[in-house]
Design a protein around this ligand. Structure first.
Ligand SMILES: [Zn+2]
Length: 303
C-alpha cells in the first residue's frame, strides 16, 4: 500500500535499468496492482480461491485504492486474513517464477494461504482462552505448593468503631500452623483494614519463622497494589509499603486473591477478635469456632 514492494515498474521508476514488463504474462507493466491482482496469473488465483474474487469488479489506480474499494464490501476479519495470505502467496509465486523459472501450482498457493490463516486463527483463539482462564477469580481456598505457607487474612468492621483482624496460616496439606486475631479500637476504611489484617498476619508469620509465604486476601484493591508493587500516597499506601518492606524479609513471598467464599476461616477469626481483649496467636490449632471453616476449606480443596 505504500508502494514499497519491488515490482518491476517500481524499480524502473526508481531508475533501475530493468524491463518493467510483467515476467508472468509479458503483456503489461508490472505495477504492484498488476502483479497482485490484475495479471491473468493472479486473477485466476483470486477467482479459484474461497473468496471467489472477481478482481475487475473493484476499482483503483493503485493497489491501496483497489483494497479500499474491496473494504467497502467486505468487513469480515477472517475474509481479510485470507486475502492477505493470498497476496503473500502470489508475491512468493511470482518470485519463484521470476528468479527460479518455476511455475508453482495455483491451487498450492490457495491451499497454503488457507492453512496459514487456519493456524493463525487457532493460535489466536488458544491465546485468548488462556488469558480468559487467568482472569477467572478463584472462589475456593486452595492449599499452597509444598514447602510454602499460605496466609489468609481478612478484616471485620464492628459498629462500635473497632476493626477485627484475622489471619490463618496453612501448609500444603491444609493443616493450620498458626492462627491469629487482633481487635483494633479505631475506625478504618475497609481497604485499609484489609491491608492491616494482611500486615498483621505477615508479622506473625515472620515471628513464627515462616519465610516462604503466599499472602492471600479477598480485597482486590490491596491485591492489585501489592502485585503492581506501587503504593498511593494515602493511609492505605503506607500500610502497603509496610507489607512490601516485610515481604523483603521473606525467602519467597507471593500474593494471591480469593473471593470471600474462599476466605471464610480468616473472616471468622477477624469477627472473633472482638471477644478477646488483645492479640491472640494459636500454634497448630484454631479456636473451636474456626474449625468448621478450616474443615470446609479442606473438604473443597481435596474433594
Ligand atoms: Zn502480468
Amino acid at each position: 500500500m505504500k508502494g514499497a514492494v519491488a515490482a518491476r515498474q517500481c524499480l524502473f521508476q526508481r531508475g533501475m535499468n530493468i524491463d518493467p514488463i510483467c515476467p508472468m504474462c509479458g503483456s503489461e507493466n508490472e505495477t504492484i496492482l498488476h502483479m497482485l491482482a490484475l495479471c491473468p496469473e493472479a486473477k485466476r488465483i483470486w477467482y479459484l480461491s474461497p473468496l471467489r474474487l472477481e478482481v475487475e469488479k473493484y476499482e483503483g489506480v493503485g493497489f491501496g485504492e483497489w483494497c479500499g474499494s474491496i473494504r467497502v464490501l467486505h468487513k469480515d476479519p477472517h475474509w481479510w486474513n485470507i486475502l492477505f495470505a493470498i497476496l503473500w502467496g502470489i508475491w512468493l509465486r511470482r518470485n519463484v517464477w521470476s528468479y527460479e523459472n518455476r511455475k508453482k501450482d495455483l491451487m498450492d498457493v490457495i491451499q497454503k494461504a488457507v492453512s496459514v490463516v487456519g493456524d493463525y486463527e487457532q493460535a489466536q483463539q488458544a491465546l485468548s482462552s488462556s488469558e480468559g482462564r487467568h482472569q477467572l477469580l478463584e472462589s475456593k481456598w486452595k492449599p499452597p505448593t509444598q514447602g510454602m505457607i499460605k496466609i489468609n487474612s481478612d478484616a471485620a468492621i464492628f459498629d462500635n468503631s473497632a476493626v477485627g483482624l484475622g489471619g490463618v496460616m496453612r501448609d500444603a496439606l491444609g493443616e493450620v500452623v498458626v492462627a491469629t486475631c487482633l481487635c483494633l479500637r479505631s475506625k478504618y476504611e475497609v481497604d485499609v483494614a484489609e491491608a492491616l489484617a494482611l500486615r498483621h498476619s505477615l508479622r506473625i508469620a515472620l515471628e513464627s519463622e515462616f519465610r516462604k509465604v503466599c499472602l492471600e486476601t479477598d480485597c482486590m484493591k490491596v491485591f492489585s497494589h501489592l502485585t503492581k508493587g506501587c503504593a498511593p500516597a494515602t493511609i492505605l499506601g503506607m500500610v502497603i509499603n509496610d507489607i512490601m518492606q516485610l515481604a523483603r524479609g521473606c525467602q519467597s513471598c507471593s500474593f494471591s486473591f480469593v473471593k470471600r467464599s474462599g476466605n471464610g476461616a480468616a473472616h471468622a477469626l477477624a469477627k472473633l477478635s472482638s471477644s478477646y481483649g488483645d492479640l491472640r496467636v494459636w500454634m497448630e490449632e484454631v479456636p473451636s469456632e474456626i474449625s468448621p471453616f478450616v474443615m470446609a476449606d479442606l473438604a473443597s480443596a481435596f474433594e
